[in-house]
Write a protein that binds this ligand. Structure first.
Ligand code: UGA
Length: 428
C-alpha cells in the first residue's frame, strides 16, 4: 500500500520483499491480497517505472532518500510484540550504510511498541551513523478494504521525530505535501507520542465496539433496539456515530493484536490496563454467547443440523480471515456437530485452507438450500438485498440469524422467518 500510494504521489519507489513468491507476484503486477483499487495502481506505476520490486536491500538503500519499514509486527504467545523483522531490517540497512555513509531517513510505518523508534535510533548511533540517519515514527491508520481511499484522505498524518530535528520534519512535510494541500493535518510530535497514539486509537475504537456489543446484550434483555440506541448515542458529537455497529466482535490483523500489545506495553511500565482488558474479554466472549443462544433454537442443540454461513472475511471488502469472528463461529458450530455450508465473495480461497470440513458454494441461495439455519456473519453488500422469499423457500427450516443488523426483525418476521437479530430481537 505504502509503496504504490507513494508512487501515485509522484515519487520513485523501490520496494524490497524477502519472500520470493510474493516478490515474483507483485513484480508481475499482481496483488497477493484483495484490496480495492490497488492492483490497478500497481500496474500503472510498474509500467511507468516509478515503482519497482527487488530482493536486494542494498539496491533499495542505494536508491532511496527515505526508507519505510513496513514489515510485520505480530503478537508473540506471551502478548508481547515480535520486533524481529524490524530489527533485522535495521541491521541490514546499517550494514549497507556503514560503507556508503549517505544521509537517510528511516521511517517506521509498522505498528511498534513505545520505545522502539528510540531503540532503532540507538542502533544507528552505536553503528556511528546517527549524524547522517534520522529516525521517524509515522504510524499507519488505514483500514483494510478502503486502504487506498484512506491513504489519500487521512484524518491526520502523525510524524514523530527526535527533539529538534527540524530538517527531517521538513523533508517529511515535503513528502506528504500533496495530501497536506488537501488540508490533511501533518502533526509533528515525539517518537513516543506517535507510537502510543497508534495503539491508543485502535484500542479506543475496539472499546467502542465492545461497549456497543455489551449494550446489544442489554437491548436483547430489555426489548430496546441496539441500532437505534447507537444512532441516538452517535448524534452526540462528543461520542461520534462511527464504530458503534454491534456484531460478533472485532477481528482482523489489527484490533486483536494491538489491544494485546497495549496491555503488554502497560505491563512493562508496571500498570494494569483495566479498560482495555475488559474490552478484550467482552470481545472474546461474544461468539460463545451467540452460539449458546443458537443452540437453544433446536431441541438437542446443533448436532446434526446443517447451517449456512454468509460471509467469512473479518469484515466486508477484504479476503482477510485473520481473527475473523465468522471463522471462529464456524469452528464452534463444527465442534458442536453441525455441518456448515458457506459463501464469501472474496475469502473462500483462504478459508478453504483453514477449514476443509466446510462446503463452499457460489452464492447466498446455494448456501440457503436445505439448511436448518442461515447466519449472516459478514455484511458484504451482496447480502443486503437478498430475495428473502426465495431464500426461505430453499431452506429446510426457516431460522435466519443476522449478526450484523442488515435486516430488521420486522422484515424477517413478515417473510416468515424465525431466528435472531443481534441486539434487537432475541427470538423472532
Ligand atoms: C483498523 C483501524 O480501523 C485502522 O484505522 C487501522 O489503521 C488498522 O486497524 C490498523 O491498525 O492497521 P481494520 O482492522 O482494517 O482497521 O478494520 P476496521 O474497519 O477497523 O474493523 C475492525 C473490526 O471491527 C472488524 O472485525 C469489524 O467487523 C469490526 N467492527 C468495526 C465492528 O464490529 N463494529 C464497528 O462499528 C466497526
Amino acid at each position: 500500500m505504502t509503496a504504490v500510494c507513494f508512487s501515485d504521489l509522484g515519487n520513485t519507489v523501490v520496494c524490497v520483499e524477502s519472500n520470493p513468491e510474493k516478490l515474483a507476484l507483485v513484480a508481475s503486477g499482481e496483488v497477493p491480497f484483495y484490496e480495492e483499487g490497488l492492483k490497478e495502481k500497481l500496474g500503472r506505476y510498474l509500467d511507468k517505472e516509478r515503482l519497482s520490486f527487488t530482493a536486494s536491500i542494498s539496491e533499495m538503500v542505494q536508491h532511496s532518500e527515505i526508507i519505510f519499514l513496513a514489515v510485520g509486527t505480530p503478537s508473540l504467545p506471551d502478548g508481547s510484540v515480535d520486533l524481529s523483522a524490524i530489527y533485522q531490517s535495521v541491521d541490514d540497512i546499517i550494514s549497507c550504510l556503514v560503507e556508503t555513509q549517505e544521509r537517510k531517513i528511516i521511517v517506521t510505518k509498522s505498528t511498534v511498541p513505545v520505545g522502539t523508534n528510540r531503540a532503532i535510533h540507538k542502533k544507528f548511533k552505536e553503528a556511528g551513523l546517527s549524524p547522517i540517519v534520522s529516525v521517524v515514527s509515522n504510524p499507519e491508520f488505514l483500514r483494510e478494504g478502503s486502504a487506498v481511499y484512506d491513504f489519500f484522505h487521512p484524518d491526520r498524518i502523525v510524524v514523530g521525530v527526535d527533539n529538534g530535528d527540524e530538517e527531517t520534519m521538513a523533508q517529511m512535510g515535503r513528502l506528504y505535501d500533496p495530501l497536506y494541500r488537501l488540508k490533511m493535518p501533518i502533526v509533528k510530535t515525539s517518537w513516543e507520542t506517535a507510537e502510543l497514539s497508534k495503539y491508543a486509537s485502535n484500542a479506543f475504537l475496539a472499546t467502542k465496539i465492545s461497549f456497543i456489543n455489551e449494550i446489544a446484550i442489554l437491548c436483547e434483555k430489555t426489548g430496546a433496539d441496539v441500532t437505534e440506541v447507537a444512532k441516538l448515542m452517535g448524534m452526540d458529537g462528543r461520542i461520534g456515530a462511527y464504530f458503534l455497529h454491534a456484531g460478533p466482535g472485532y477481528g482482523g490483523a489489527c484490533f486483536p493484536k494491538d489491544t494485546v500489545g497495549l496491555i503488554d506495553i502497560a505491563k512493562h511500565v508496571g500498570y494494569d490496563l483495566q479498560v482495555v482488558k475488559a474490552v478484550q474479554k467482552v470481545n472474546e466472549g461474544q461468539v460463545s454467547r451467540i452460539v449458546e443462544h443458537l443452540k437453544s433454537f433446536f431441541e438437542g442443540g446443533l448436532r446434526g443440523k446443517k447451517i449456512g454461513v454468509l460471509g467469512l472475511a473479518f469484515k466486508p471488502n477484504t479476503d482477510d480471515i485473520r481473527e475473523s469472528k465468522s471463522i471462529s463461529l464456524v469452528e464452534k458450530l463444527l465442534t458442536l456437530g453441525a455441518s456448515v455450508v458457506a459463501y464469501d465473495p472474496e475469502a473462500m480461497v483462504l478459508a478453504q485452507q483453514e477449514l476443509s470440513e466446510v462446503t463452499y458454494v457460489e452464492d447466498a441461495y446455494q448456501v440457503a438450500t436445505d439448511v436448518d439455519m442461515l447466519i449472516l456473519a459478514t455484511e458484504w453488500n451482496v447480502f443486503r438485498e437478498l430475495d428473502l422469499e426465495r431464500l426461505k423457500s430453499l431452506m429446510k427450516q426457516p431460522y435466519f440469524v443476522d449478526l450484523r443488523n442488515v435486516y430488521s426483525p420486522e422484515v424477517l418476521q413478515k417473510n416468515g422467518f424465525k431466528g435472531y437479530v443481534l441486539g434487537r430481537e432475541l427470538t423472532l
